[in-house]
Design a protein. Structure first.
Length: 161
């Protein structure tokens, strides 16, 4: 009987706490990402703090797919504002590059590498809109193209619970 009472108390506590936590964030956001590259962004929260983000974007007449895991933390002074950091990887192709280290401007290049991300994420309280600003440096592991530190982007997403 004592275990049942504890279980009931924990269940009631969880039900009272869960709606408050859900009201401050979103479950999934789908939208556009613009910056040095332009593309689509989908972010889905697996836990209250942990999210996965997929980005499909273009660069140098190619297409790159990036997958990231992000950890979000509240900025208590502003409701709906969180900062986040994380990392992941990318895979894609580049075409029509004429500057070094590329030798042939008409040749396609496969790129694979690791990514980091650091940014701010804001969910409007009374609207299903999310906006985020981030810095996403990448390091390519092939084709001798190395470090790319110019990736700053802004994403605007429609959110679902």
């Amino acid at each position: 009987m004592k275990k049942l009472g504890i279980l009931l108390l924990l269940s009631i506590s969880w039900m009272l706490y869960a709606p408050e936590a859900q009201a401050q964030t979103y479950g999934t956001g789908v939208g556009l990402r613009a910056g040095v590259t332009t593309g689509l962004s989908v972010k889905h929260f697996l836990t209250a703090e942990g999210a996965i983000e997929g980005i499909i974007h273009s660069r140098w007449k190619g297409l790159i797919v990036t997958g990231l895991y992000e950890y979000h933390m509240d900025i208590r002074e502003v409701r709906g504002l969180r900062w986040f950091y994380g990392g992941g990887a990318h895979l894609g192709t580049w075409g029509d590059r004429s500057d070094p280290p590329f030798d042939d401007p008409d040749e396609s290049y496969t790129v694979f590498g690791i990514d980091g991300i650091l940014g701010l994420d804001y969910k409007f309280v009374d609207a299903p809109i999310n906006i985020s600003l981030d810095y996403k440096p990448a390091f390519n592991l092939n084709q001798d193209v190395g470090w790319w530190g110019d990736e700053v982007g802004i994403s605007i997403r429609y959110t679902f619970h």
